[in-house]
Design a protein around this ligand. Sequence first.
Ligand code: SF4
Length: 508
Amino acid sequence: MAVSLDIAALRARRPEGIDLAATQGDGLGCHAGKDAMRAAAEAAGLSETLEQYKRDYPAGPHDQPQSMCPAFGSLRVGLRMRRTATILSGSACCVYGLTFTSHFYGARRSVGYVPFNSETLVTGKLFEDIREAVHASAEPEECDAVVVINLCVPTASGVPLRLLPKQIDGVRVIGIDVPGFGVPTHAEAKDVLAGAMLKFARTEAEQGPVQAPRGGRSERPSVALLGEMFPADPVVIGGLLEPLGLSAGPVVPTREWRELYGALDAAAVAAIHPFYTASVREFEAAGRPVVGSAPVGHDGTAEWLEAIGNVCDVPREKIAAAQNRWLPVIRGALSAAPIRGRITLSGYEGSELLVARLLVESGAEVPYVGTACPRTPWSEPDRAWLEARGVRIRYRASLEDDLAAFEEFRPDLAIGTTPVVQKAKEAGTPALYFTNLISARPLMGAAGAGSLAKVVNAALANRPRFDAMRAFFEGVGTGHAAGIWQDVPRIKAAPKVQAPEKPVGEMA
Ligand code: SF4
């Protein structure tokens, strides 16, 4: 498809559109200059996008918890989809970090990159380069979609991805701005791309027939699942839904384009992770009811089955039958794998409140849960349940919040982000990294109860080893032994060298 673009007009809008000064120099990026970048982006005509992000991803008490580059969330969603090419447009250092991290997490897929310099940025040539890259990538035999992600500097400069063609030879082109000064966390950046894809797919479905799911449509109405989860969880959820006459639908973010239609075709949507605001907007526009929380533990499963049954018009007796079938099994699994101890919990995956519920039902004392995600309607049932049991919840928690909670509650186990785990271990407290060790396990139904207890109890039992290690290494690497000069080094007079009695090398 031919693309007509008025480059002269693009250049002409530079004075009021592209604010090169706001994007130059060191120190502008995720570590500084956020206000200048935001102002530049607004001046470049992105106010609407930034306002939407503000509404979708509310800030406060901290506008941005410490986290990796938010764009990683969008990049990861694109890289995990079949037949999808992903192109980044941004500073080389950002792209280096993002591609490094994506390959560290096993992307095994090339990431496209359109580099720029001051000149290509300010003249609009960068946009032409991006357009060229999109055309080169949009091979219908290889791709269903090409995703282009504007990072901080191109977003602040107003590089207009909206002017890219919507399709090239049937390959969809999705351009999104994912600046660190507009999207608070990488979790929410997943939603930016998932929401954009759902919107595209919804428009396609409204215009005519679309591809059926790979395995055909389920005979039973399905429930789409919102949020990346452990691969066994959708299977467990499918089992829980079966007595209701329902099935587990696609997981969004999806693994391929056609699953988006299947998700939009679901009878209801389970917002397992509570931060997918843009995606929920698309589901609601498609007329799909959205249910929060998840089937975790006894109470969570009971409430969730009821809520899903109600929105899907399942008769009362069927809901009760499903509860009677599953709840005793879950209660049995929980009591067979008790957890004893005080645990603080923090993370940025969005499942923190769900994990806390499971820990509390397993018998643990959980005084604090910190999450980088905002408070949303879809985690309200979990908030209410946890707060009724004395758990303090901190939304948009900063590292300082999590560390203060660790100091205050002196837990037997700290589950948290890398720096929290490091701090806890330094203090001789067992600790588990939330992302790799907790959120990468089944959480739903009876399977979740047993699996979580295994890893948590193993960690709790490590306390004596930490005590032994601390005793053994006491003083090493701290204080004067940290390898850091505490005082200004003083120059000492050189020792006098005495002349040897005999010349060196002379035989005695
Ligand atoms: S794109 Fe990411 S790494 Fe680069 S400046 Fe923005 S937030 Fe930081």
